[in-house]
Design a protein around this ligand. Sequence first.
Ligand code: AQP
Length: 335
Amino acid sequence: MAENMDEKKIIFSGIQPSGALTIGNYLGSLKNWVELQDEYNCYYCVVDQHAITVPQEPKMLRKNTLEILAVYLAAGLDPEKCTLFIQSHVPAHAQLSWVLSTMTYMGQLNRMTQFKEKSQKGEGNLNAGLFTYPVLMAADILLYNADLVPVGEDQKQHLELARDLADRFNSRYSDTFTVPDGYIPKLGARIMSLQEPEKKMSKSAEDPNSYILILDDEATIKRKFKRAVTDSIGIVKYTDEQPGIKNLITIYSSFSNMSIEEIEKKYEGKGYGEFKEDIGQLVADSLAPIREKVEYYLDNKDELERIYREGAQKAEKASRRVLSKVYRKVGFIQR
Ligand code: AQP
């Protein structure tokens, strides 16, 4: 059962530094994290150990890790309110992952759609880490006895595994883990690629025109929206028959807080040109303050260092408590 029952509920979430962040990552998770930080006790992590399940250039991994931490801060996460840290700084994640992997059925991992998709993309030999990635994610979450996990829709299946493992451990031994719930946004839970709107927008996609990065400049953002795939129907309408336009309306609505109906009405009788021009401007204007603050943090690396070091200390303290309980219950001798 969760400790700190009388305190705030606990949230855990993380993003992989497998590339620069897209507006999919922003709308599907980061934007909501900021809204939740006052009400909950939040642990937000840069999950670098997950990122190496696909090959990463070490220099780029370091750059992306720090940049993502800077984006967390620039987007409004406050290290005084939540714990911000880097996964590999807290060894308990990998340690709990090992224990949980001995309780995970191969069949469960075989069914993971993200593994199937990523393994189809990968060249050459598949690594075991890509296969067991969801177990490490379960460890991330269960280690803090998180009540809620704010993620985009693509992570639902992985979250289900974390719930299963918590239940399995609790019934095999005794109540240890909180069974976490997902917190999936109503809008923006699945932002699609601008080039292939049937696929989700991904930071590691090959075609840069398929995604908008949080750190893209104004001209790039406008150009990418102009090139976004639409259709020949010519009406700004939120319907499955027009997946490209539907996706753009979702993005527009998420950044403007206008409802879908309001947006449809605004563009009634107007072509896609004006709509695309406006969405480009809206997104560029919304992201500009974040971009400026990121530059500040990247120019002040000592401040970033202080934040991730303090975050690791707090996370380590919380996670060690849970890990030692797990070790005791499975029968490991205390040091
Ligand atoms: N397109 C998306 N729409 C909404 N939410 C999304 N998320 C990712 N893509 C979208 C959410 O962002 C969080 C961090 O994801 P991640 O970095 O852990 O891995 P991911 O889900 O695999 O994200 P990417 O961008 O697609 O990364 P790569 O290309 O490396 O695989 C999660 O909460 C996710 O739901």
